[in-house]
Ligand binder design. Sequence first.
Ligand SMILES: Nc1ncnc2c1ncn2[C@@H]1O[C@H](COP(=O)(O)OP(=O)(O)OP(=O)(O)O)[C@@H](O)[C@H]1O
Ligand SMILES: [Mg+2]
Length: 300
Amino acid sequence: MHLAIDARGLRKRFGPADVLTGLDLAVPAGTIFALLGPNGAGKTTTINILTTLVHPDEGTARIAGHDVVADPEAVKRRISLTGQSAAVDEVLTGAENLVMFGRLSGLSARGARRRADELLRRFELSDAAGRRLGTYSGGMRRRLDLALSLVVDVPVIFLDEPTTGLDTRSRQELWRVIRSLADGGATVFLTTQYLEEADLLADRIAVLDRGRVVAEGTADELKALVGGEVVELRDAEGALLAELPTDGTVHGLRRAVEELDRLAAASVDGSAVSIRRPSLDDVFLQLTGREHAPALQESR
Ligand SMILES: Nc1ncnc2c1ncn2[C@@H]1O[C@H](COP(=O)(O)OP(=O)(O)OP(=O)(O)O)[C@@H](O)[C@H]1O
Ligand SMILES: [Mg+2]
């Protein structure tokens, strides 16, 4: 298997804070990989190390076969990074920003214009091409940031929390764009606090907790870690009243259903018991013993 990202035993400490405590990652080329973790888990630190911006205290990382410490220039030629603060000019239009960036990256005037047009189309920004960036919505800005990082074609794309702070519609537009990147053959490494986003987008997901990966796999594999189905009780309007995890056995299911049935009888008219597969929220709770606070919305 060809690995686009191969990180072993990464450690990073800032003063007294042990931020990464032995992080391993193996990301196959051409896949979308999500690093999932709450605020302060070390997601940006990981991205900074993988993109050569920060040196690890210990451990190694190779991007497309090149070591981030020994050969940062080779790594930089093969990656793009989109974070929360891109260097763009508010007064210029979207198209002008892209053309300027293309020229700075060594494209001819005509080549830069052609590339800008292509990217504006791909990121659904053609209609806004002639507008100043200052007038863009949050979602449009995020798409333009992403387009800017792709003016030069690269095989490995890093996205640090690409959809944080966006509304549902902008988030969905961005998801579409991110998928199209992987369809084009790129490897996409993204960080997110949203279980739903990791579930929807990523081929594989790593759960980051206290500076290391505590679980890694497909969404289904992670859900399987939790074991059995979850039985839940909802009122007539569909609002969740109670939920009980089960061990997946018939006996366990029956016990949970009976328990909820008693609750239902005692409380609300028109309530209903149903059974669902475990969600990634359940996985996070199981793996870390803590609720995953910033869940986007019910992902069940
Ligand atoms: N340069 C630095 N100096 C000191 N502490 C730092 C530095 N960079 C990060 N940290 C600390 O390391 C921890 C992890 O930070 P990091 O930014 O990697 O987390 P994150 O998962 O990206 O969080 P968020 O979801 O808020 O973006 C935090 O406690 C942060 O305060
Ligand atoms: Mg961060």
